[in-house]
Design a protein around this ligand. Structure first.
Ligand code: ASP
Ligand code: MG
Length: 422
């Protein structure tokens, strides 16, 4: 017997037929003798609609009261939790729904992006034992204890609910059922020869998720890493009757690196076209200049990513180049312009048609020359590298956006990630 959390995302519960299909997945695990807590998202499109309603309800003021926003958007998950409990009971599975405030899932009071502080799992564990009861839990929502108000965890937050509940009930695994069958070496729409990974380490997944692999909310991976919750990403579209609950279903296990026996040097390649490059030309080469540039950007809450500073040729001036999210591009230029006096530069050059390609792998810690191979391969294809940044398990290259696909495919083959053609 195992104790499982099963999480179903919006597309997996998009209509009543799919909710009934989810109930069959849950019944399969219950029949196999497992203790099960299910975490559900709102039905696909529901949260977007609720957010739009909040925006439409506002005419005179510019921002709405985040406490009321949470009351509205948390309702999507309440509907799914109740419906799934009904569908389970219809299959003679003993089930009870739970909202965030009922467990409770206690959170900070940062409405709209609250952090989970604590969940007591004992009540659920007792009910598994005494009543053989499946817990159906509304994801995405929690309770701020002091004010007694409903909170939500930020878009995609039901992944985080699921992992937090898995930690609280000491589950053997947290299964994330979604519309893809796992985590891939890169986006299969760009590289048809991308492969599903059997296992990926928490740290690698954290990089992949931060860089835009949309499978999991970043915070859920952080939580999984801290509490060592094994997370299994799998498809909810496999037919429940075809799955052997004691077998090895297709999917990707996100786990501690100790559990990964055959560690590749490179695990995956992520890319993002949502970057912009800004170069501040001929700033003085003396202490305080970087602070004069990045201080105001930080105050404006702009997340600077890659930073390159040249060595000055004349000992007097140098250039400083960095990247920001494309969405913050104009704001960043405004900030730099306002700080012109303090920084003291001659010119700003910028570009938005750039892409960041990141190569990720824990194996890089113990292998030298991994990035050098990429530089050679891209040079052979005449792809110019505008900026480079590195960390222990990742390096990122900024290139012209037009070469994104070519660069990703080149590196995917270079590091042996292509699947063999059938
Ligand atoms: N329903 C919420 C959203 O769409 C939470 C989630 O699905 O994870 O963001
Ligand atoms: Mg999601």
């Amino acid at each position: 017997m195992a104790r499982l959390v099963m999480k179903f995302g919006g597309t997996s519960v998009a209509d009543i037929e799919r909710i009934r299909n989810v109930a069959r997945h849950v019944k399969r695990e219950v029949d196999a003798g497992h203790e099960v807590a299910v975490v559900v998202s709102a039905m696909a499109g529901t949260t977007d609609r609720l957010v739009a309603w909040c925006e439409a309800a506002l005419k005179e003021r510019r921002i709405f009261d985040a406490r009321e926003y949470d009351v509205v958007v948390a309702s999507g998950e309440q509907v799914t939790a109740g419906l799934l409990a009904i569908a389970l009971q219809d299959l003679d599975v003993n089930a009870r729904s739970w909202l965030g405030w009922q467990l409770p899932i206690s959170t900070s009071n940062t409405h709209g992006s609250a952090r989970i502080l604590d969940i007591t799992g004992d009540k659920l564990i007792r009910r598994f034992a005494e009543r053989q009861e499946v817990a159906v839990i509304a994801g995405f929502q929690g309770l701020h204890q002091e004010t007694g108000r409903i909170t939500t965890l930020g878009r995609g937050g039901s992944d985080t609910s699921a992992v937090a509940i898995a930690a609280a009930i000491r589950a053997d695994r947290c299964d994330i059922y979604t519309d893809v069958d796992g985590v891939y070496t890169t986006d299969p729409r760009v590289v048809p020869r991308a492969q599903r990974l059997d296992k990926v380490a928490f740290e690698e997944m954290l990089e992949l998720a931060s860089l835009g692999a949309k499978v999991l909310q970043v915070r859920s991976v952080e939580l999984g890493m801290v509490h060592n919750v094994r997370i299994f990403v799998r498809s909810s579209f496999d037919r429940p009757q075809d799955i052997d609950p004691h077998g090895n279903p297709p999917g990707t296990l996100i786990c501690d690196e100790e559990e990964i026996v055959e560690q590749q040097v490179v695990t995956g390649i992520a890319f993002s076209r949502d970057e912009a490059q800004i170069s501040v030309r001929q700033v003085r080469d003396q202490p305080g200049v970087a602070a004069a540039i990045f201080g105001p950007l930080a105050e404006a809450n702009i997340n600077v990513d890659m930073i390159v500073q040249n060595v000055s040729a004349d000992g007097k001036t140098t250039d400083l180049t960095f990247t920001v999210p494309a969405a913050d591009y104009q704001r960043s230029l405004d900030v730099i312009d306002k700080a012109r006096q303090a920084i003291g530069y001659t010119r700003v050059d910028s570009a938005t048609d750039v892409a960041k390609i990141s190569v990720i792998g824990i194996g890089m810690r113990s292998h030298a020359g991994v990035a050098a191979q990429a530089f050679r391969a891209l040079a052979d294809r005449s792809i110019n590298i505008r900026a480079i940044s590195t960390s222990e398990i990742k390096f990122s290259l900024l290139i012209d956006a037009a070469f994104t696909e070519l660069a990703v495919r080149t590196l995917h083959s270079l590091y042996g990630l292509d699947k063999a053609t059938p």
